[in-house]
Design a protein around this ligand. Structure first.
Ligand SMILES: [Zn+2]
Length: 475
């Protein structure tokens, strides 16, 4: 097998080959940007969904599912929103032989599907908060180059939509979403920054948008999710109003929280290395892969022992795969390293005779486990692997940012830059053109990085009103 392209110098080629070699997605479907979830990729997605559901439901959100088609009349009620999405929507204009009276939009996101119904659900302050989420496919007619998981036209999408009593409660909801994402990100072993996007880059129709960004090498960044505060921007056109305790009619304040399959792309991009993908244990399609190494007459005993170990570990809640193929052990090791399985158990005649296993984690650490407390030993090996993987990601994350104190310094940035910005748009635009990228925004809360003392705005030299901002080149 040929080596993978170099991750640092040829990131995109490396990424595409890893997705392919790991068997996560089949891009041969005959619609551009719409890929097939393979059995292995689907398993990763199922774990991703499980983690998202666990964390969002812990905050009191409940699942719903709205239809995929939205009447044009509803889609067009909020002016900014429609402007932002008009060029990206697929239209359904025919039903069988007839032209539809009202053309239908295939949802690019579900505000305009949900909010007409929210206006029926919300009547009184007792109906609030309304916190619902759905995990559905959404459709966007991407005009940029599509890439599996990172930029697709049919998106596996998590979206939470909430209605709150007032602006303050909506702000609290935004914070709660950011905390929930922090817990999810720990499961994915992904360090990230939350940044409030500048006004010119917020979600269409939002009061403000907080993006979840990760550095992916050089000055490049990837947005892996977002949380938005809508104030009354949607509740007014959609008439989502309630009677307050004092009898007055008020509009709800709304928030949304969006995540997608891009998280799988992010996991590949951040953790993957020269050997292929690397999955943290929580998201791994298979957490433990058993490779039996039958030798001569001990073959049947080895196979039997491998199956027994698989049963015992499955019994402990682990996702286990026994590689029973006829390939040589070396080929199996290679396959599962490429596919990113956290832990491989090598089982030969010696292990079968002693009731042990040889555990090799995806970062190359080898340990003998058993015979006493074999299951605990395997769980401990997974725990050590996760810690080492997170430490590796955290160290890369910390090295991925550096301060810049002049516009000129931004030109040849090899990291995401920490800059002082006064908050004015012309200065923000000047920073963007200097880095040939984007002003990502201002950190929401503490930046999880060491920062120098704040200087004047890079562009105008005035005292920096907003504090730190980040600038980079979004992928
Ligand atoms: Zn300025």
């Amino acid at each position: 097998m040929a080596d993978l392209p170099d991750k640092t110098t040829s990131f995109v080629d490396w990424y595409l080959e890893v997705v392919e070699a790991a068997g996560l997605s089949d891009k041969r479907y005959p619609v551009k940007g719409m890929n097939v979830w393979t059995p292995y990729g689907f398993r990763a997605r199922r774990e991703l969904d499980r983690i998202m559901v666990r964390e969002i439901e812990a905050t009191g959100s409940v699942p719903v599912e709205f239809p995929a088609l939205i009447p044009r009349t509803e889609f067009q009620k909020e002016g900014e929103h429609i402007k932002g999405f008009d060029a990206q929507v697929y239209w359904v204009t025919r039903g069988g032989d007839s032209e539809l009276d009202v053309p239908l939009v295939l949802r690019p996101t579900s505000e305009t599907a949900m909010y007409p119904v929210f206006s029926l659900w919300v009547r009184s302050h007792r109906d609030l908060p309304l916190n619902v989420y759905q995990i559905v496919n959404t459709f966007r007619y991407e005009t940029k180059t599509t890439r599996p998981f990172l930029r697709v036209r049919e998106i596996h999408f998590f979206e939470e939509h909430t209605c709150q009593l007032d602006e303050e409660s909506a702000t609290v909801r935004v914070r709660s979403n950011l905390e929930a994402f922090g817990r999810m990100a720990r499961s994915f072993a992904l360090p990230f920054v939350s940044v409030r996007r500048p006004d010119w880059d917020k979600f269409p129709g939002a009061f403000y948008s907080v993006a979840l960004d990760i550095p992916i090498g050089g000055a490049r960044t990837l947005q892996i999710g977002s949380v938005h505060h809508y104030r009354e921007n949607f509740s007014r056109p959609y008439h989502i109003a309630f009677e307050a305790p004092d009898g007055s009619q008020r509009f709800v304040h709304q928030t949304t929280f969006g995540l997608s399959e891009r998280l799988i792309g992010a996991i590949v991009a951040v953790h993957g290395d020269a050997k292929g993908a690397v999955f943290p244990t929580e998201v791994a399609p298979y957490q433990v892969v058993i490779v039996p190494i039958p030798s001569g007459e001990k073959g049947p005993e080895v196979s039997q022992y491998a199956e027994e170990i698989a049963r015992r570990l499955t019994g402990r809640g682990l996702r286990v795969f026994v590689d029973r193929s006829d390939d040589r052990p070396g080929a199996k090791y290679y396959r599962w390293e490429t596919a990113g399985a956290p832990l491989r158990l090598e089982i030969g005649a010696r292990e079968a005779a002693s009731g042990t296993v040889t555990a090799v984690n995806r970062l190359g650490t080898k340990t003998k486990v058993g015979p006493a407390s074999l299951e605990e030993g395997v769980l401990a090996a997974l725990g050590e692997f996760d810690k080492a993987l997170y430490d590796r990601a955290l160290s890369a994350f910390r090295n991925a940012f550096s301060p810049a104190s002049t516009l000129a310094e931004l030109a040849n940035s090899t990291t995401v830059r920490i800059v002082a910005w006064c908050g004015k748009e012309p200065c923000g635009r000047a920073i963007e053109s200097a880095i040939d990228g984007a002003l990502l925004g201002t950190p929401e809360g503490e930046l999880p990085l060491p920062v120098p003392s704040l200087g004047p705005c890079l562009a105008c030299g005035e005292a920096s009103g907003t504090g730190w901002a980040l600038a980079g080149r979004p992928m």
